[in-house]
Design a protein around this ligand. Structure first.
Ligand SMILES: Nc1ncnc2c1ncn2[C@@H]1O[C@H](COP(=O)(O)OP(=O)(O)OP(=O)(O)O)[C@@H](O)[C@H]1O
Ligand SMILES: O=C(O)C1=C[C@@H](O)[C@@H](O)[C@H](O)C1
Ligand SMILES: [Mg+2]
Length: 189
């Protein structure tokens, strides 16, 4: 029996991880894909593969150009993943695009929820995120305050990632997705 037809198994829609910078979308997304034996795509990685580093795109062409590239990339990744349980990790700001928000209606959306304390050490070590140039923590907090309502509105499943290793959070997320799929199946039957 295919894994996804087990009662309560995650359904065959793309699983998309959203949330602020450094929350763990890429790390936990990869972990979940391993557990589900599913393909994994990180849209930031696809952008870098096709267009060069994110820092160079911001520096050379500006944020607006980056957002256009990002929206096109997310659309093609989601469309290619349609009807499969592919795990997709988005960049932190990808959800601001209205076309992307519409596409996410066809996916199971997981919002990774955290606080500034969780990401402080990770951001201090980081140098590749152009939007965090200067006072990284202040920039992160200001972006998070603006985007939090969008993350919350789009989420099917919310995972609190303030505590736990990536492996533990991957297991917790798989359980949460099974519970979500089971509840959805019950409503549909
Ligand atoms: N629960 C965790 N425990 C310890 N380290 C973690 C945890 N989650 C993520 N990390 C580490 O934090 C760093 C940032 O994680 P990651 O790159 O997955 O964030 P992201 O949400 O994809 O960020 P971005 O929006 O910039 O792509 C990585 O080095 C990752 O290994
Ligand atoms: O939160 C953001 O706006 C960003 C997050 C990163 O994943 C990258 O997509 C880029 O650095 C922009
Ligand atoms: Mg990432």
């Amino acid at each position: 029996m295919p894994r996804s037809s087990k009662p309560g198994a995650p359904d065959r829609r793309p699983i998309v991880l959203i949330g602020p910078m450094a929350v763990g979308k890429s790390a936990i997304g990869y972990q979940l894909a391993q557990q589900l034996h599913a393909p994994f795509v990180d849209t930031d990685v696809v952008i870098v593969g096709n267009h060069g580093s994110i820092a160079d795109i911001f520096a050379g062409r500006g944020e607006h150009a980056f957002r256009e590239i990002e929206a096109r990339t997310v659309a093609s990744v989601v469309e290619e993943a349609e009807s499969s349980a592919t795990v997709i990790s988005l960049g932190g700001g990808a959800v601001l695009d209205s076309g992307t928000q519409q596409l996410l209606e066809r996916c199971t959306v997981v919002y990774l929820e955290c606080d500034a304390e969780t990401v402080a050490g990770r951001i201090a070590r980081n140098s590749g995120r152009p939007l965090l140039a200067g006072d990284a923590m202040a920039r992160w907090s200001s972006l998070f305050a603006t985007r939090k309502p969008v993350y919350e509105r789009l989420a099917d499943v919310v995972l609190d990632v303030r505590h736990g290793t990536v492996a533990e959070l991957g297991r917790r997320l798989e359980e949460a997705l099974r519970a979500f799929a089971a509840a959805k199946q019950e409503v549909e039957n």
